[in-house]
Design a protein around this ligand. Sequence first.
Ligand code: MFK
Length: 640
Amino acid sequence: MAASPAILSRRAAGSSCCRLWCGVTRPLVHIRSARATEPGARKRDEEHMWEAASDAAGYLPFSRASVGSFFQGQPVLKNPFLEDALLRGYLKRHLPQEAVWSDLNAFGERVAKEIDIWGRECELNPPRLVHFDPWGQRVDHIVTSAAWKRLKDLSAQEGLVAIGYEKSFGEWSRVYQMSKLYIFSPSSGLYTCPLAMTDGAAKVIQSTGVSLPVEEAYGRLTSRQPERFWTSGQWMTERQGGSDVGTGTETVAVPQTDGSYKLHGFKWFTSATDADMTLTLARVQDRSGSTTPGSRGLSLFYAEVSRGEDGRLRGIEVQRLKDKLGTRQMPTAELLLDGLPAYRLSEEGRGVASIANMLTITRIHNSVSAAAAMRRVVHLARDYATRRTAFGKLLKDHPLHMQTLARMEVETRAAFLLVMDVCRLLGREESGLASQLDVHLLRLLTPVVKLYTGKQAVAVVSEGLESFGGQGYIEDTGLPGILRDAQVLSIWEGTTNVLSLDVLRCVARSSGMVLHAYFTHIKALLAGASGVSSLAPAVKAVGDALSELEQFVQIAASRSPSYLELAARDLGYSLARIYAGALLIDHASWKDASSHDKHAALRWCEQELCLVASKQKRGCYDSSTASLDAALVFDQLIQD
Ligand code: MFK
């Protein structure tokens, strides 16, 4: 049966007014709900508009009755700074400056009222690649949405990279910068990805020397002026893989007579490929055309992404954009480098060591985004619990539902404190105030916090979606996108296992000094809280777990490297859980701590904190386990 003209015209009027008001199309169900808004649910501007338009047209009021009278109020994003008691408590303790508070408050307001819609627009209008112009010329244009471009300007104006380099708040500048990114991240349309790499590139340039040819680039990466601001890429992953870059990098750098290089290779994952410049790894060719294999053959290069007079990218062909599970808001491309002009930033063969500074920064950004994703889903689930009724009462009045949200809250708090502590250490190192203990802690905790928060973000966000019932699974609520985007956090910038091995590597390279710093610092935190009797069970739990960990380390030190390798992931988790316990206790013992801070510390410490101790006792890392595991996976008989 054909639809009546009245219905057709109503649909058309509703859709266009939504586009007009919001910049993005909203589902028709919002519009049809105008008369039946639930008590407490606010009507939107477009609903009022629709009512006015339909009344003027003289539609019968009962013509809408067929869709029923109940419509669920949707979760509302409020100012993420004002909504986050732990963030404000942490800043009140460490960074109570008025300038920081008023900036974060104003920015939080913008995030809720303005920026969140831009982030959503990036998801709805993902980037696309235009290979050729209408006349057949190859152009390789990555077309991004207007919102994506606005987010670049906003990032400059708000100083989202600059704050870390201006150092206006001394050793706390990184905490300030990352607090801002933390409230921005879930609404940023993944713009935090180019910002992470931009920050990492600025850090690398700073450490290798801000001089020609990168002086100008450094100024642009750290600029607050939108017209001057540049973002950077980080092109490390090639077709043979992004974890073992020492083996997998095939790109060669051909020396030019003027001292520069031309790069030839294929980069398999290049994120935020619309960046203005990049840092990348390549092997310098000698006169005979040979290169040195492995990590010691890799050098670090700087290259600008620019176009020639013919409009084509200089030395780059964009092969295709990746079709990803999430992070669809930003372009990720495969690039053929075919004579890309570049400058060598590191000594020959020192590429991995030189780009390590970038890895540290992007891993910290990754952890910030992980904690932020958890906070966002808790924020929305908490709000929804005050709007959704089931079995005769609001969700907030069901103890089991509150227990679930409280567990998510405790995980989120632990992640936040872990992340902020790494930012604190980074700030101390960058302002020249770090002790040797701080430097060791920063090296150890960067991979630990990245691996732990990345994994927990997926778990907490997934749990969070469940708290919306079926609506958590519906695409245009925006909720599934949070889960899709969280999934990448445990993959890029080093997978969970690669980072677990990085933990072992830094323990070995420091001859155990990073662990010594870890034990010393936790004991100091626990000693500081020993006078708070209400925290005694938590202090005891962390103290016991720390002793177990010390015993594990002593036993493991006498075993083969394969024993430690099997224990690496559990070790990473144990280090994270014990350290988070100490931080929660420390924060809860602060003079202005709330009863919620104490409750969170006690709850956290009820779980198993030292996984490696119990698994070691069960023989999980013994030599026989590896072959049993492999046989289990491949369902094979074990050959004696
Ligand atoms: C929302 C924010 C998200 C951010 C988005 C960014 C998107 C980018 C997309 C990507 O994901 S790019 C690819 C990601 N790939 C990685 O992160 C690499 C993962 N693999 C590793 O981390 C390996 O451990 C590594 C490549 C570093 C191993 O290489 P090697 O050559 O076996 O390293 P080796 O021999 O252990 O160390 C070489 C040097 O680097 C040593 O210095 P020295 O020669 O002076 O002793 C190490 O100390 C140093 N080093 C290595 N890892 C380090 C480090 N220094 C500090 N920190 C580290 N983590």
